[in-house]
Ligand binder design. Structure first.
Ligand code: ZN
Length: 156
């Protein structure tokens, strides 16, 4: 049985075909039941499910921290990428989040959001940047280490 992660929890993935054109996913105990439309791949349905779970969380957190930092709320994109958890294009006012963030627990997602939002103020990893990260996320060294230990291999 395939096991997958969602927000730091492990679930057994149960695939059900559906005649509906829209994929749907929900958790029951330790299972994630994924309803996959007949014309859609399981991978696509799962990506859809992760996207719908992650999007509201990173949207809300990004709005929250950008506002705290006194900068305009950036645009957000969620993408399947291999090399980073988040990336900030401060001049364009854009933050890209890795869809794989939906695998990890909420504290780690929040750290990534804080990190990227602080780049809206300090573009590089200067000491001023890390001071700012520390202000909003004092546990960041732990979270940073934990994220580094997770292999960024897409499970999708
Ligand atoms: Zn950075």
């Amino acid at each position: 049985m395939t096991e997958i992660q969602l927000f730091g929890q492990t679930y057994s993935l149960l695939i059900k075909k559906t005649v509906s054109p829209v994929p749907k996913g929900f958790t029951v105990d330790n299972s994630l039941i994924l309803q996959v439309p007949e014309k859609m791949s399981e991978q696509m349905a799962l990506a859809n499910f992760y996207y719908s779970k992650l999007r509201p969380i990173v949207t809300e957190l990004t709005q929250y921290y950008a506002t705290k930092l006194g900068v305009p709320v950036p645009k957000i994109q969620i993408k399947k990428v291999r090399s980073y958890w988040g990336e900030c294009y401060s001049r364009r006012g854009l933050i890209i989040y890795n869809i794989e963030l939906s695998r990890v627990r909420r504290e780690l997602i929040e750290y990534v959001v804080v990190h990227e939002c602080c780049h809206l103020v300090e573009a590089n990893h200067s000491s001023a940047f890390w001071k700012l990260v520390f202000r909003y996320c004092p546990n960041y060294p732990l979270y940073r280490k934990e994220l580094k230990s997770i292999r960024l291999t897409p499970q999708l």
